[in-house]
Write a protein that binds this ligand. Structure first.
Ligand code: ADP
Ligand code: ASP
Ligand code: MG
Length: 417
């Protein structure tokens, strides 16, 4: 079995869906499980619907309607004479969503979020499955919630590997072309859960792991993994091959082309991962597998924008030692502030964090009861893997102020303002 994953950008409109079919025709699709994300920016639109739902229930309807029209337009363009049937199925999906929104009494934001946001993937896979059938391909629509089993940690659920593995095996048996959703799963009460934003790559890895797949290919709007995000850096180059370890490092530091959780399951079973262009399916792309050295061996640039640098120093000039550091870390955990970089000296401690859940103010208030705290918002964290002199020079010479710099043998990091 091969596993393919198509992200939101690849299926953002009707021509994207037609192109997905062209990719499958070009590379072959026998014994293939296709994981698909929500179409285009649908997940963002659903996030907005949830926000509006909690703030002002009255105006939810118009947002749902806009999203329905977006999907119906794609259906209209794709299905010609069979338009009415698929149109009805999509209509029913939206009715189900509206019924949930109308009847829901649960005040838990994260619970509601997962029940609602999952419609993005349910809709996209429904359309694509019917499009395969329209093309007279024998396709099986697999509800990922029937096999991806998780705990109750809504919005970033953790996998129950044993159950999931067994269920994927039984549910996919006997099918040669399977279409399923990325990103979503369900808990022991069969409520929908999600694996975290951008989690569809991870879903593909989970399916591949359970099926002992021969490979995973994630189809992207870039030729493969480049040595920097082309939206941020000029003159980026294609990385032809890298090891799992290197890919994990790049993803961890923020190379958003691969979701960080994707690599571990693949590495455990040594399943190769290919990152390829959905515009050029015959291109070689990037191959990620065991022990492969970075080829070509060039510096890789990663930037995480809009981070926060906190500089803490003791109020009484006492040392910042283990006890204070462990207190600081427990607060960072409590206020859900992922730590990107730390540096400490005798009386000061600097930490670059991601204010993902917008809890900075609360955190700083608590920290100020024990430390002097300087806060610098909207800083950029630059990471260069396999740096050389020119690479460091280009960061230093880019006109920004360096607030912090740190180097290990393979990695240089800069906090820039
Ligand atoms: P998907 O459609 O699967 O969700 P994403 O948008 O999440 O795809 O990922 C593809 C994007 O990742 C590219 O358009 C590119 O801007 C960005 N990206 C970030 N870092 C890299 C990198 N090192 N190499 C290639 N693309 C990168
Ligand atoms: N649709 C989800 C998101 O946009 C999951 C994914 O695309 O990977 O975050
Ligand atoms: Mg994505």
């Amino acid at each position: 079995m091969k596993v393919f994953k198509f992200g939101g950008a690849s299926v953002k409109d009707a021509s994207g869906v037609r192109n997905l079919v062209r990719v499958l025709e070009t590379v072959g699709f026998n014994d293939t499980l296709v994981v698909v994300s929500a179409m285009g920016k649908t997940t963002n639109a659903l996030e907005n619907i949830i926000k509006v739902y909690f703030e002002d229930k009255e105006s939810v309807n118009q947002h749902v309607l806009a999203l329905k029209e977006f999907h119906l337009k794609i259906v209209e363009e794709l299905f010609e004479n069979q338009f009415t049937k698929v149109n009805q199925i999509i209509h029913d999906c939206f009715e189900e969503l509206n019924t949930f929104l109308k009847n829901n009494k649960a005040p838990n934001y994260s619970f509601v979020y997962d029940q609602v946001v999952s419609y993005g993937e349910l809709l996209s896979t429904t359309i694509i499955h019917h499009y395969f059938e329209f093309k007279e391909w024998k396709s099986f629509w697999l509800d990922a919630r029937a096999c991806i089993k998780t705990d109750d940690y809504y919005r970033s659920a953790n996998l129950n590997w044993d159950q999931t593995q067994a269920l994927i095996k039984t549910q996919s048996k006997g099918h040669q072309l399977i279409v399923t959703q990325g990103f979503i799963g369900s808990n022991s009460n069969n409520f929908t859960t999600t694996l975290g934003r951008e989690g569809s790559d991870y879903s593909a890895a989970i399916f591949a792991y359970a099926l002992n797949a021969e490979s995973v290919t994630i189809w992207k709007d870039v030729p493969g993994v480049l040595n920097g995000d082309p939206r941020v850096f000029n003159n980026t180059e294609l990385i032809h091959q890298i090891s799992y370890r290197e890919a994990i490092e790049l993803a961890f530091y923020g190379a958003s082309v691969i979701h960080p959780k994707t690599l571990q399951p693949l590495q455990r079973k040594e399943i190769p991962l290919y990152v390829k262009s959905f515009e050029n399916p015959k291109g070689a792309g990037t191959s990620v597998s065991k022990g492969k050295t970075l080829e070509p061996l060039i510096p890789c640039y990663i930037v995480k924008k809009d981070q926060v640098l906190l500089r803490l120093s003791s109020i009484d000039f006492s040392f910042i030692v283990e006890e204070n550091i462990s207190y600081i870390f427990s607060l960072l955990h409590e206020y859900q502030m992922p730590v990107e970089l730390i540096q400490n000296s005798a009386i000061s401690f600097s930490v670059c964090v991601n204010n993902k859940y917008k809890r900075l103010e609360e955190l700083v208030l608590v920290l100020r009861s024990r430390f002097n705290v300087e806060v610098k918002e909207e800083v950029d964290l630059f990471t260069v893997r396999h740096f050389n002199r020119d690479a460091l020079q280009s960061i230093r010479g880019n006109g920004k102020q360096i607030l912090l710099e740190q180097r290990t043998e393979e990695t240089a990091q800069f906090v820039l303002a």
